[in-house]
Design a protein around this ligand. Structure first.
Ligand SMILES: NC(=O)C1=CN([C@@H]2O[C@H](COP(=O)(O)OP(=O)(O)OC[C@H]3O[C@@H](n4cnc5c(N)ncnc54)[C@H](OP(=O)(O)O)[C@@H]3O)[C@@H](O)[C@H]2O)C=CC1
Ligand SMILES: [Fe+3]
Length: 483
C-alpha cells in the first residue's frame, strides 16, 4: 500500500519528516481531531521526540494519514493517555468533546482554533473552551501558525507562537513544547488575551487601510482632473481625440501628484503635533485620537508615496518607447524641415528639463533611502538619532526636491497664460498646496529654534567661553522640531 505521508500536504511540501524515536520519558502529547492541522502538528511533535496520540471519532479511517510512530485511537483513549492535549477541531465542535471531559480533568488543553472574522468583543474560543472544561487548564496558542508552517518547520514561516493562559504551570509546559519544536513562545499573559491572539491571523493589513485608500483617492482625483484637462476638453472644444493618453500619459501625470501629496501627508501630522505642543506649552499631554492615528500611519503613507514615485519613474522611462511619441517626433521634425528651421534648440527648455529631471532623480533617490530605513531590520541597526536624521531631515529634503521637480516641470506653463488650456489650473497647482504648507511650516518652526541657538552661541562668545547647548528644558519644548 502506498504510504499516504509520502504525499505532501501542500505541493512542494516536505514528503517525510525525520521523526526521532519517541522517548518514553517524554510527556505524551494528545491531539483531538485528524484534520490538516492535526497531521502537521503530529509530524512536528514526533520530529521533536514526543510521543503522540491522536484522538478521532473514526480512528480507523484516518490512521493511514499519520506517521507510523503516532498512535491514532479514539478521542477518549487519547485524552486519557496524554498529559497535554491539543484541541485541533473547529470551535463550533468543541461542545461535542464533552464526552471526554472526565479524561481531560486536571490536564492542559491547548486551543489552536481561529474565528471566521475579527471580533472586538469576547468571549473568545479559548474562554468558551475553558467554560466547557473548567477542570482543565486551557492554553491559547499555535493558531497563528499555519498547518503549512508546521509541516515545513519553523525555518519557513513565522517562528513566534503567542501563548496565554490563566495557569502559569500549563503555559510553561506548552512553552517547553514550543522550544523543542523550534518555535519561539511569546507570553501574552492571562487567558483574557486570547481574543487578541485569535484576531491576529484574521487581520488584513489594518495599518495600511487608510494610507492605501488615501493614495487611491488622490490618484483617482488627479486622474480625473488630468483627464478633464488633457483628454475631455480638447475633444469637446476642438473635436480632437486624445483618448490614447488615458493608459500612460494621464496615469503618469497623476502618479507624481499622488506621490507628492502623500509625502506631504507624512510630514504634516508632525507639524500639527508641534504646533499643538507649542500652543499647549508642553509635550506631556495626549494628542487627539485622529492625530495619534495619523502619526502612527506615517510610515505607510511614506511607502505608498514611494510606490507612486517609483511607478512614475518607470512610466516616464517608457514614454519614448511608445508609437505615439515616435509619430510626434517625426511630425515635429517634418514641420521643422518645412519651416526651414535648422536648429530648434531653446536654451530655457533645455535647462528646465535638465533641472526638473535632476530634482526628480534626487527626490526618488532620497525616497528610496527613506523606504529602506523604514524596514525593521535596517531601522534596528541604526540608532534613534540616525533614524530621525534620515526620516526627518532627509525626508524634508526629499519633499523639497519633489516639490522643485513639480515646479520646474510646470515652469513654462506657470508663467505663460497661453498654456492654460482649460478653466482648471494645471495639475501642479492643486499638487503643490500641501507640500508647500509642509515645507513652509517646517521653516516657520525651525526659524525660532535656529535663532535661539544663534543667540545662545553669541551669549557664549560674549561671556568669553565656548558653551555647550544647555540640555532641553523639562517642558519638552526643545523637542518640537524633532516630531
Ligand atoms: N489548518 C490550518 O492551517 C490551521 C488550523 N487552525 C485551527 O485548527 C483547528 C482544526 O483545523 P483543520 O485541521 O484545518 O480542520 P479540519 O477540518 O481539517 O479538521 C477538523 C477535525 O475536527 C475533528 N472533529 C472533531 N469533532 C468534530 C465534529 N463534531 N465535526 C466535524 N469534525 C470534528 C475531525 O476529526 P475526526 O473526524 O477524526 O474526529 C476533523 O478532522 C481549527 O480550529 C482551526 O481554526 C489553526 C491554525 C491553522
Ligand atoms: Fe516627474
Amino acid at each position: 500500500m502506498p504510504d499516504p505521508m509520502a504525499r505532501p500536504l501542500i505541493p512542494g511540501g516536505t514528503p517525510h519528516l525525520e521523526a526521532s524515536a519517541p522517548n518514553p520519558s517524554n510527556p505524551v502529547i494528545g491531539i483531538l481531531g485528524t484534520g490538516d492541522f492535526s497531521r502537521s502538528l503530529a509530524k512536528r511533535l514526533l520530529a521533536a521526540g514526543y510521543q503522540v496520540v491522536v484522538g478521532s471519532r473514526t480512528p480507523k479511517r484516518f490512521v493511514a494519514l499519520f506517521p507510523e510512530e503516532a498512535e491514532v485511537t479514539t478521542q477518549m483513549e487519547a485524552a486519557s493517555q496524554a498529559d497535554v492535549v491539543f484541541v485541533a477541531v473547529y470551535p463550533e465542535h468543541h461542545p461535542t468533546l464533552v464526552a471526554v471531559k472526565p479524561a481531560l480533568a486536571g490536564k492542559t488543553l491547548v486551543d489552536v482554533s481561529n474565528g471566521l472574522r475579527p471580533s472586538a468583543f469576547g468571549p473568545s474560543n479559548a474562554e468558551l473552551l475553558a467554560d466547557h472544561f473548567p477542570e482543565s487548564a486551557v492554553v491559547k496558542g499555535f493558531n497563528t501558525v499555519s498547518a503549512w508552517t508546521l509541516q515545513r518547520g519553523p525555518r519557513d514561516g513565522n517562528r513566534q507562537v503567542f501563548l496565554c493562559s490563566d495557569s502559569q504551570k500549563a503555559k510553561n509546559s506548552v512553552k517547553q513544547i514550543c522550544h523543542r519544536m523550534g518555535f519561539v513562545p511569546v507570553d501574552m499573559g492571562l487567558l483574557s488575551a486570547s481574543l487578541e491572539i485569535e484576531n491576529m491571523p484574521l487581520r488584513l493589513f489594518p495599518s495600511w487601510r487608510v494610507p492605501i485608500v488615501c493614495s487611491a483617492a488622490l490618484f483617482a482625483f488627479f486622474y480625473l482632473y488630468n483627464f478633464a484637462r488633457d483628454v475631455l476638453h480638447p475633444y469637446v472644444t476642438a473635436n480632437k481625440s486624445a483618448f490614447y493618453k488615458m493608459p500612460i500619459d494621464t496615469v503618469n501625470l497623476s502618479l507624481p501628484s499622488a506621490a507628492l501629496v502623500m509625502l506631504a501627508l507624512v510630514y504634516l501630522p508632525g507639524l500639527c503635533a508641534a504646533v499643538l505642543q507649542l500652543r499647549r506649552g508642553t509635550k506631556y499631554r495626549r494628542f487627539p485620537g485622529w492625530l495619534d492615528r495619523w502619526l502612527t500611519a506615517r510610515k505607510q503613507f511614506g511607502l505608498c508615496s514611494f510606490l507612486c514615485a517609483a511607478l512614475h519613474a518607470v512610466y516616464s522611462l517608457s514614454l519614448p518607447m511608445r508609437k505615439s511619441a515616435r509619430y510626434k517626433l517625426i511630425n515635429m521634425a517634418y514641420k521643422q524641415v518645412q519651416s526651414r528651421v535648422e536648429d530648434s534648440w531653446v536654451d530655457e527648455e533645455v535647462w528646465r528639463m535638465e533641472l526638473y529631471l535632476s530634482a526628480g532623480i534626487a527626490a526618488l533617490g532620497l525616497l528610496s533611502l527613506l523606504a529602506v530605513t523604514s524596514l525593521p531590520s535596517v531601522a534596528g541597526a541604526i540608532n534613534w538619532r540616525e533614524f530621525s536624521f534620515v526620516q526627518s531631515s532627509l525626508g524634508y529634503c526629499a519633499l523639497a526636491a519633489a516639490t522643485a521637480h513639480t515646479l520646474l516641470y510646470g515652469w513654462s506653463r506657470a508663467f505663460d497664460p497661453s498654456q492654460y488650456r482649460f478653466y482648471l489650473p494645471p495639475t501642479f497647482v492643486p499638487t503643490l498646496l500641501l507640500p508647500a504648507a509642509a515645507l513652509l511650516g517646517r521653516l516657520a518652526l525651525l526659524a525660532p529654534c535656529a535663532a535661539a541657538r544663534l543667540a545662545r552661541i553669541r551669549r557664549g562668545w560674549e561671556a568669553g567661553r565656548h558653551v555647550r547647548f544647555a540640555p532641553a528644558a523639562d517642558d519638552g519644548m526643545e523637542d518640537v522640531s524633532n516630531v
